[in-house]
Design a protein around this ligand. Sequence first.
Ligand SMILES: [Zn+2]
Ligand SMILES: [Zn+2]
Length: 123
Amino acid sequence: MSLAQTRDECQPTDLTVDRTAGEFVISWADGHRSAYGLAWMRSVCPCASCREDRRQAEKDPLRLAVGPPPDPKVESAELVGNYAIRFTWADGHGNGIYGFSSLRASCPCSACNQGEPGDLLGS
Ligand SMILES: [Zn+2]
Ligand SMILES: [Zn+2]
C-alpha cells in the first residue's frame, strides 16, 4: 500500500547536498530534478522560531539589516520518515523539517516556478 503522500512527484529517488556548489539537489521519482540554494533553504527554515523571526521582520523591515545572515553551511541532513528531510546547519540550528511535497511545490526551476524563489510553499 502506498500513501497519497508518496506519489511520484513528491517522492525523491536521490538527495544530494552539494557543499561546493552550495546546493541541495533532489531527483524525483517522476524524473524531475530540483536544485535548491542552501542559502535559500536556510532562509526559509520552517521551524517555529524562524517563522516567528520572519513574521517580525515583515512587520519591521529594518530588522533585516541587523546582524549577518544565518550561515547556510550544512552540518548534516537526515530523512524524517519518507516524507521530509531535516537539515542541521553549521551554526547548530536544526529544527526545520522540510516536507518533500513543500519542496517540490517550491522547485525553483523555470518550469515549476518563475522568478524569485519565495517562501517554502505549503509549509
Ligand atoms: Zn529554524
Ligand atoms: Zn522544477
